[in-house]
Design a protein around this ligand. Structure first.
Ligand code: SF4
Ligand code: SF4
Length: 124
């Protein structure tokens, strides 16, 4: 069972949890509260610009209105094996749902950390 999980999960296979720590993450207020409940340390990426409410410049908010936060350290929901402990919880942020191994978001953060490209499942 464990072997099968490793085969199917490219994050695990590559011992990677890069996008769950020290990452930029767009969040609604509800998603922010959910992550903060776990003890995650998040702060607005540009707090001063945020106060000016110039979000549509793309500096402060995403096109769908989420504010962009910096996560300091690990997400509180990341377990000791590098797995998301709330993977099936429907309160998990949309960006967590959307980020897949090998996609643009994944690769951007792996590039920042000098990690190789992950080959997406459908290219294997
Ligand atoms: S999606 Fe990419 S960056 Fe995130 S944990 Fe998986 S492999 Fe690492
Ligand atoms: S909720 Fe899960 S997927 Fe999202 S940052 Fe935290 S550990 Fe990673």
């Amino acid at each position: 069972m464990e072997n099968m999980k490793e085969k199917l999960n490219l994050c695990l296979k590559n011992h990677c949890s890069a996008c769950c720590s020290d990452a930029q993450i767009p969040l609604t207020d509800k998603e922010l509260s959910f992550l903060e409940e776990s003890g995650s340390n998040l702060r607005l990426r540009y707090p001063i610009l945020g106060a000016w409410e110039i979000g549509n410049l793309g500096l402060q908010r995403t096109a769908d209105g989420r504010r962009i936060y910096e996560m300091n350290g690990r997400c509180g929901y990341l377990d000791n094996q590098g797995l998301c402990s709330v993977y099936l919880d429907n309160r998990r942020p949309q960006t967590c749902e959307d980020t897949k191994p090998g996609d643009y978001g994944c690769q951007s953060i792996r590039d920042e950390r000098g990690l190789n490209r992950i080959i997406p499942i459908d290219e294997l």
